[in-house]
Design a binder for this molecule. Structure first.
Ligand code: NAD
Length: 504
């Protein structure tokens, strides 16, 4: 990393990293209890800052502010006025990409070349939903025998609770916030406790965009306390959740008493299938990127590779060479391709899976972490070879830079193997046989599937998983079904017949 770039990043961090408060009713405030917890740097494991530890009392205040804003100034805005705020947020994010990206990398360990793209995408999330609401948030009308017209309108639901994970925090927070606000709701966000910094940068941006107080609120804290209080609050009308499958089931149980509407974006263990007729080099690029980008902490990571037996040896050899050459290092360095995992707890989890793989008889092939980086939570890019699909490491989400590699002989066998897992988030196939590609795509149980492609998606398309990977779809106009209430209005156009009970 050049010294100028390093100095600039250091300056951004020094200017922006302060202790983290909640953002409630347009103000940055301490936790009601005064409690804080320490936020750690994944690269050094030093304490970065202290974070307000929210509990029920903080959630109550934030929900009250959001409810007031919903019933007051925000709810009274014309759609055009509301969307002007949303576009303004996008513009302000764009102006600050070079400052938000280093903060995100500093807080999460994600390589800066990747966080820059995530932040740019965050601005697009707002711009996209401003456009979608103005162009596509429409109702339907039904003419009924010239006697009635029935039509639907979409109305905001009220206070939306957003609960987000640490693996792409800024991008995922905006992914939920943009449609929630653009459709007219107000929001209480509970960001992940391991990655609080850029959430507050978002609050500062929203403050700068001068949204009415209470429209957007943040309560930091742990899932079991702050998160659970948000889910249980009777005035919170919906919970959009992204995180682990187990947490998703807890949230659904906890939200049942208040009949919470929920959207669940959960874990994954997605297959990538490479046939012997595939474009070898492109499949190799996509497979390597798909598992090792975002440090492997990616919900749609292709963490199970199924190689046709005829290309197994050659492909594994090529993967080993890639793993040897992947640049593991300081997340703030532009050249870094894989950085440290988010926390020591997560590092130990991933390490535990590697131990399990060894015990089960798998062969481990790993890249290299320089001695200088040993303080950080580094797991090098790793291949698990001699794996069978029934091993825990082929079934459970590891959420690190670890690829389980298996082989197959024919299409039927690989479809069975691909589906023999509890998750169903994403899938990928590489083959030049276009009929086979579509057959495989439709036979794999997953919410999303890519043919001869890395994981790229247009914002208009639905996003979400099947089986234990989620319930519901977000993205595009699909988000309207979740973030709005559809009301049907029946209008009589004539003096139609009405039964006359009790008339003389
Ligand atoms: P997590 O479930 O541990 O935490 C996610 C959020 O939920 C955090 O803010 C946490 O504080 C909160 N939380 C925890 N317990 C809670 C409770 N009882 N009530 C309310 N909130 C609670 O997940 P994580 O470790 O932060 O993130 C990694 C997981 O997220 C992986 O499983 C990954 O696959 C998944 N993920 C899924 C998608 C997707 O779109 N499907 C995208 C990104 C990440």
């Amino acid at each position: 990393m050049s010294q100028t770039v390093q100095a600039k990043q250091q300056q951004i961090i020094e200017q922006n990293v302060k202790n983290i408060k909640h953002y409630i009713n347009g103000e940055f405030v301490d936790a009601a209890s005064g409690k804080t917890f320490a936020n750690m740097n994944p690269f050094t494991n030093d304490v970065i800052n202290q974070v307000a530890e929210g509990e029920e009392a903080d959630i109550d205040k934030a929900v009250e502010a959001a409810d007031r804003a919903f019933k007051g100034p925000w709810g009274r805005l014309k759609v055009k006025e509301r969307l002007a705020y949303i576009n303004n947020i996008a513009d302000i994010i764009d102006e600050h990409i070079e400052e938000i990206a280093p903060l995100e990398s500093y807080d999460t360990g994600l390589p800066i070349s990747q966080t820059r793209k995530m932040v740019a995408r965050a601005a697009n999330n707002f711009r996209f939903y401003a456009e979608m609401v103005s162009a596509r948030m429409a109702g339907e009308a039904y003419q009924v025998d010239d006697e009635f017209i029935n039509y639907t309108v979409r109305k905001p639901v009220g206070v939306a609770g957003l609960i987000t994970p640490w693996n792409a925090p800024f991008m995922l927070e905006t992914w939920k916030l943009a449609p929630a606000l653009a459709t007219g709701n107000t929001v209480v966000l509970k960001p992940a406790e391991w990655s609080p910094i850029t959430a507050n940068r978002l609050a500062e941006i929203i403050d700068k965009a001068e949204l009415p107080a209470g429209v957007f609120n943040i309560v930091h804290g742990y899932g079991e306390t702050a998160g659970a209080s948000l889910v249980a609050h009777p005035d919170v009308k919906l919970i959009s959740f992204t995180g682990e499958t187990k947490t998703g089931t807890d949230i659904m149980k906890n939200g049942a008493d208040t009949l919470k509407r929920t959207s669940m974006e959960l874990g994954g263990k997605s297959p990538i299938i490479v046939f012997d007729d595939a474009d070898f080099d492109r499949a190799l690029d996509a497979c390597t990127w798909g598992i090792f980008s975002f440090n492997g902490e990616r919900c749609t990571a292709n963490s199970r590779l199924f190689l046709h037996a005829d290309i197994y040896d050659e492909f594994v050899q090529a993967l080993k060479e890639r793993v040897d050459r992947i640049v593991v290092g300081d997340p703030m360095d532009d050249a870094t391709q894989v950085g440290p995992l988010i926390s020591t707890t997560h590092f130990k989890n991933v390490q535990r899976y590697l131990d399990m793989a060894k015990e089960a008889g798998a062969t481990i092939y790993s890249g290299h972490v320089a001695d200088a980086f040993k303080r950080g939570n580094f797991i090098p890019p790793t291949l698990l070879l001699d794996v069978t699909n029934d091993m825990t490491v082929a079934q459970e989400e590891i959420f690190g830079p670890v690829l389980a590699v298996m082989s197959f002989k024919d299409e039927d066998e690989v479809i069975e193997l691909a589906n023999d897992v509890k998750y169903g988030l994403a899938g990928y196939v590489w083959t030049r046989d276009i009929q086979r590609a579509h057959r495989v795509a439709q036979a794999v149980d997953s919410g999303m599937f890519w043919i001869n492609s890395q994981n790229v998606r247009d914002l208009r398309t639905p996003f979400g998983g099947s089986k234990s990977s989620g319930i519901g779809r977000e993205g595009g106009h699909y988000a309207f079904d979740f973030y709005t209430e559809t009301q049907i209005i029946h209008v009589a156009l004539t003096d139609h017949h009405i039964p006359q009970f009790g008339k003389k």
